[in-house]
Ligand binder design. Structure first.
Ligand code: SF4
Length: 459
């Protein structure tokens, strides 16, 4: 089994605000609905209950988990759904409401058919949900009951199976650590991007890979554009004001002045990240990169590259995405990209490492410099907790993506000044992140029971 996860899985087009709490549960509910159809008894279903455990029970309400479950049961997919059809579906249920399941059978459905059980943590993962379907009475044996784990980045796992993305065909250049990845680069005289491309082409073929990468970048670009133009307050009750559009307008005015006396590249970088994370918080179309909470960093640094690096082009963006995935695969396989499992170091730390290494690569860095950039970026996120105020992916998440984008650029530039040799390896920092995540108290892992979440008064 190789650590490599395809770019077309690690970057998935979905909706906000959370990959683990929105995208994953929607996928799980859709799989459950498909399984019901496969039993041949879906038309007998009279009642369905969904239990949300652990972190899904703690912050699922603010992350739109019940809406996502309803959407999945009706057959919607995160990749293709209209976000406006998803959001508010559960809270809008009234007495006598019904739900039309995938396959066309309708059942009565009430808000209390979704149970929140934050104190129950299933052993498989902090984000768990169980879906149960009965013919009529809930004291009779169910027609179908399945438990799913939403393991971060929109990936789901059922029972003890491995995630679908890991059950891949053999890859020509497998690796399980950054040391092995660097050894492959040196043995075959390849860049990290080229190793990733060989593995990807074995899965998808060259044409489908490039089409997939271009579609991912198009979705990232569309998200940045949308976020740079939308104004107003974000939903959820915190009254957080969108800022990206106002920053863009000021920067455009400033960039248009004849005697520009300051470098606005960092401010643009921040605006790109704010734009994505504001779109995510509003439940818009977002690419998990590698999660939704951390979705702003990779698009922001990619836009920074295109706008401010001479010679940047679309081919460079493909290299950028592939290098990012080679790094993200290592984090996912050897630690975690789930905030509920490892805190924010696993989400924003992982995205920052991916963006930094990838930027270093397209700026001409050697594989060892790329590994150094990713290591610097992750090292300085170690211990970062997840404590979203109000259980919403807004504070500190939105600004945190902007700041981490700066860190990614700084780490890439710092690594480019070295020769790639350094004391702490990327493998060591990933393992340290894993251990730190295990030691981190549960209240700092996407439960909103500690940190800022309990010290900021919600208005
Ligand atoms: S604090 Fe970090 S891990 Fe937690 S929801 Fe926000 S971005 Fe995700």
């Amino acid at each position: 089994m190789t650590a490599y996860v395809s770019a077309l899985d690690l970057f998935s087009i979905g909706i906000g605000p959370s990959s683990s709490h929105t995208v994953g549960p929607m996928r799980a509910a859709r799989v459950f609905a498909e399984d019901l159809v496969a039993t041949g008894r879906s038309s007998e279903v009279g009642r369905i209950r969904c239990s949300l455990f652990g972190s899904l029970g703690s912050t699922g309400l603010g992350h739109g988990t019940p809406d996502a479950v309803l959407a999945g049961l009706t057959g919607l997919r995160p990749e293709t759904c209209d976000p406006s059809e998803v959001h508010g579906a559960w809270s809008g249920l009234n007495d006598g409401a019904s739900l039309t399941l995938l396959g066309g059978h309708s059942i009565p459905f009430q808000t209390d058919d979704v149970h929140f059980e934050p104190r129950t943590r299933l052993p498989g993962h902090p984000n768990a949900l169980t879906l149960t379907a009965w013919a009529k009475e809930t004291d009779a044996p169910p027609l179908l009951e399945e438990t799913f784990y939403s393991i971060g980045g929109g990936f789901i796992r059922r029972g003890t199976e491995r995630s679908s993305a890991q059950a891949r065909v053999a890859q020509p250049l497998p690796y399980d650590s950054s040391a092995e990845l660097l050894a492959l680069c040196e043995a075959h005289e390849l860049t990290i991007c080229e190793v990733a491309r060989r593995n990807e082409e074995a899965i998808h073929g060259a044409a489908a890979l490039d089409a997939g990468l271009d579609a991912i970048w198009d979705a990232m670009h569309t998200c940045v554009d949308a976020g740079l133009s939308h104004t107003g307050l974000l939903p959820g009750g915190l009254k957080v004001k969108r800022r990206a559009a106002a920053v863009r307008m000021r920067l455009e005015e400033y960039d248009g002045l004849p005697l520009r006396d300051r470098d606005t590249s960092t401010e643009w970088l921040h605006a790109f990240a704010l734009a994505v994370n504001e779109e995510n918080a509003a439940g818009g179309r977002v690419v998990t990169a590698p999660t939704n909470g951390a979705a702003g960093i990779i698009p922001a640094v990619g836009h920074y590259y295109l706008r401010f690096v001479p010679g940047a082009d679309a081919a460079g963006i493909r290299r950028y995405l592939l290098t990012a995935v080679a790094i993200g695969s290592l984090v996912k396989a050897n630690a975690s990209i789930s905030g509920a499992e490892g805190g924010c170091q696993a989400e924003v730390g992982a995205a920052c490492a991916m963006a930094s290494g990838a930027l270093c690569a397209v700026l001409g860095g050697t594989p060892r410099q790329v590994e150094n950039a990713a290591e610097i970026a992750m090292e300085h996120h170690l211990g970062l907790t997840c404590d979203p105020v109000g259980g919403l992916v807004q504070v500190p998440c939105i600004e945190r993506n902007a700041i981490a984008s700066s860190t990614a650029v700084s780490a890439a530039r710092m690594a480019l000044h070295g020769d790639g040799t350094h004391l702490v390896s990327l493998d060591t920092v990933i393992e340290t992140m894993r251990q730190t995540g295990l030691d981190m108290m549960t209240k700092y892992k996407e439960t909103s029971e500690g940190g800022l979440a309990v010290n900021v008064i919600e208005c």
